[in-house]
Design a protein. Structure first.
Length: 446
């Protein structure tokens, strides 16, 4: 049997791909039906933080399913929901304490947009509903989230359906949008937010949203020191919420529970997903402050929102098991330590003429490819360089996560390396060897 479109009834995400059928996973490894072993070098899409096949997580999930598999979020609560909320409450940055559980990152982004809107409406600012986001960002694919997402290629087919949310440039120091260098630039890219807010009218803006470290659509983009602090200050000055999208960066991925902790920032709303469940169950969350929820309670009586699968007892049991696993195995500390080692080893790849930049924090890293190391000229998109790397690595048994289009909306090539946080140093060596093998193949073929 070939698992490829148009055979069978699955509408695959990639219609031109033959899919290997995975039979099982163990730690950082995946195995297909032919017995081929892959290193899950990106944990899917930086999801599988705790690794594959962790029996204790499966056990907690099955236990909860045996007790009660589902209750509706307007009718009941369960031990798993209460205990999980308590456990997350204990690790959240100061001030954030109310957690609304959902099923996916995009869904929680939608909830964040709506929560900010309802809060300002009920605070007497009916005009405040627009959310400012960054170009080359990724916040999801549902229409509200896609309106925030700054990846041009994803937006284009759906432009007539999108909400008019303004965008500003990211802190992309490798290709500074202002042709400046840090620290002389005095964070011009953060100041651009202030100008944008003034031009659009602060009285129309409810929130600014950003990924503290840029992810899927720009590749582990770590902002310069002071950047996020200045963004926070600008939001405060205009009375605008800061929404911290930690869907990819959260739950230990960058060496802290949440990436904003690196800069000691506390947002007004935080969005979580991916690593919350390590991929074992669909789970995400929107998190905010009690004082904002109190306002909704006083006025309308509650958040005018909801989904059938929100506050899911089984999802929460999985989330709780994942937090306990991370704590017991000290995976936050491990992510920081292994991340330093991984980044150091990735630097060696600059010996290949097409490796322009390597960057990241913790176990969230990326390699940016260029046609010319000196001028940083990107490959033309028609070369499909990223796809060539991804396919070659896959053939060699290494799964990476791709990203394109971030240089100018069309060109720009990178792959993300973001293995499960349980990875050992010797397994990082395996990844580096496979990357070198892959890049040598690419070099030979070009
Ligand atoms: C930062 C960020 N926000 C939101 C999302 C959307 O999450 P989901 O794909 O679960 O809808 C993603 C997914 O990659 C993400 O990386």
């Amino acid at each position: 049997m070939r698992y490829a479109y148009p055979q069978g009834h699955v509408l695959y995400r990639k219609l031109g791909r033959i899919y290997p059928l995975v039979t099982h996973g163990e730690g950082i490894y995946l195995y297909d039906e032919k017995g081929k072993c892959y290193i899950d070098g990106s944990g899917g899409a930086l999801v599988v933080n705790v690794g594959h096949g962790q029996k204790e997580i499966v056990q907690k999930m099955v236990e909860q399913m045996g007790q009660v598999g589902y209750v509706h979020g307007t009718q009941f609560t369960t031990h798993s929901i209460e205990e999980y909320a308590e456990a997350i409450g204990n690790i959240l940055p100061g001030g954030l304490e109310k957690i609304y559980f959902l099923s996916g990152g995009s869904e929680s982004i939608e909830a964040a947009i709506k929560f900010a809107r309802q809060y300002f409406l009920e605070s007497g600012h009916a005009q405040r509903w627009r959310v400012v986001a960054r170009w080359h960002s990724y916040h999801g694919n549902t229409l509200g989230a896609l309106s925030l997402t700054g990846r041009i290629g994803m937006r284009k087919p759906y432009l007539p359906l999108l909400i008019d949310f303004p965008h500003f440039p990211p802190p992309y120091c490798y290709r500074c949008p202002y042709n400046l260098t840090y620290p002389k630039c005095e964070l011009e890219c953060a100041k651009a937010l202030e100008q944008l807010i003034q031009m659009e009218g602060a009285e129309t803006i409810s929130a600014v949203i950003l990924e503290p470290i840029g992810g899927a659509t720009i590749g582990a983009l770590v902002p310069p020191e002071g950047y996020l602090n200045l963004i926070r200050e600008i939001c405060d000055r205009f009375g605008i919420f800061l929404i911290d999208d930690e869907v990819m960066t959260g739950m230990g991925r960058t060496g802290k529970w949440f990436a904003t902790e690196h800069w000691k920032i506390s947002p007004d709303i935080m969005v979580l997903g991916k690593g919350m469940s390590g991929g074992y169950f669909p789970l995400s969350a929107m998190v905010t402050r009690s004082e904002f929820v109190d306002r909704l309670k006083e006025k309308t009586g509650g958040f005018v929102h909801g989904h059938t699968f929100s506050h899911h007892p089984v999802a929460c049991a999985v989330g709780l098991a994942v937090i306990r696993f991370i704590q017991e195995k000290k995976l936050i500390e491990q992510s920081e330590k292994r991340g330093i080692y991984l980044l150091k080893r990735l630097e060696e790849l600059k010996n290949f003429p097409f490796v322009g930049d390597v960057r990241g924090k913790g176990l969230m890293t990326a390699i940016e490819f260029v046609k010319d190391q000196k001028t940083k000229e990107p490959f033309p998109r028609t070369d499909r360089f990223t796809e060539k790397v991804i396919d070659q690595a896959f053939e060699n048994g290494l799964v990476l996560y791709p990203g394109t289009g971030f240089v100018d909306g069309v060109n720009g090539d990178m792959v993300m390396v973001g293995p499960p946080l349980i990875i050992e140093e010797s397994q990082i060596e395996e990844i580096i060897d496979l990357l070198k093998k892959t890049f040598s193949h690419i070099q030979q073929k070009s």
